[in-house]
Design a protein around this ligand. Structure first.
Ligand code: PEP
Ligand code: MN
Length: 264
């Protein structure tokens, strides 16, 4: 079902407020790594609205490497995200890690994110496949294209056709970036599948100084959208403090991406 052979035309996913993913226009998804407080989330939401962003991300269930690290605010985080988004006319995207949280999350999120660590959590994929809600599926930490597309197939095979793929870097021997951004994944996924393809420049690089060229490369390679993390005060962030942009940095980043002419 995910393959270009089964459907020739690009899938275009329509979100509330006539926001589309795939097709002719690009989508910039931005927001904090984690929802930390009402003030933090509303501050980002206000800045995103001002910049013309339509979709805000924010993690509430955080899949952290260490059990002692901040685990996210859970359902409270989803509520805070929804309220801030509604106040500023934004749509929401947030990661769900437990199938039992999918149904309760439906009131709070417009796009369900399945994170890299859960790309092959097959029960979660199947449960997401039962929903009538767009799903953003992240590429696994070391997933091949075939594994990635099979994971998307799990969702689609249960009836949910609103699936978006996102390249977020893979693990290699290279240490100068957090992960290795696999730019070739973009044209391969676009060729093999009709689903929208995004690129997460924050988690793939883990460094702020190369986000503009990486976002441009992603769009030039055919990506339908970009994801980037934004926090009012990254130094104090409860997760991914080193890699989130502050609001000024985000505005400069977005201006430069738009100025490239690659962002449609
Ligand atoms: C995220 O986007 O919040 C995240 C945890 O990313 P990934 O699953 O790609 O590591
Ligand atoms: Mn993060």
């Amino acid at each position: 079902l995910v393959s270009r052979k089964s459907q020739q035309e690009d899938t275009v996913i329509t979100l509330p407020g006539d926001v589309t993913v795939g097709g002719l226009s690009s989508l910039m998804v931005a927001g904090p790594c984690s929802v930390e407080s009402e003030l933090q989330t509303r501050t980002v939401a206000a800045a995103l609205q001002k910049a013309g962003i339509r979709v805000m991300r924010g993690g509430a269930f955080k899949p952290r490497t260490s059990p002692y690290d901040f685990q996210g605010l859970g359902m409270d985080g989803l509520r805070i995200l929804r309220e801030a988004a509604d106040e500023y006319g934004l749509l929401t995207i947030s990661e769900i890690v437990d199938p039992a949280h999918l149904e309760p999350a439906l009131d709070y999120v417009d796009i369900i994110q399945i994170g890299a660590r859960n790309m092959q959590n097959f029960e979660l994929l199947k449960a997401a496949g039962e929903l009538n809600k767009p799903v953003l599926l992240k590429r696994g930490l070391a997933a091949t294209m075939e594994e990635f597309l099979h994971a998307a197939e799990y969702i689609m095979s249960r009836g949910n056709t609103q699936v978006m793929l996102i390249e977020r870097g893979i693990r290699t021997y290279e240490k100068w970036t957090r992960n290795t951004l696999d730019i070739s994944a973009v044209p391969i996924l676009k060729q093999e599948s009709h689903l929208p393809v995004l690129v997460d420049v924050t988690h793939s690089t883990g460094r702020k100084d190369i986000l503009v060229p990486c976002a441009k490369a992603a769009l030039a390679a055919g990506a339908d959208g970009i994801m980037v993390e934004v926090h009012p005060d990254p130094a104090t962030a409860l997760s991914d403090a080193a890699q989130q942009l502050n609001i000024d940095e985000f505005n400069t980043f977005f201006d430069q991406v738009k100025a490239s002419g690659l962002y449609k």
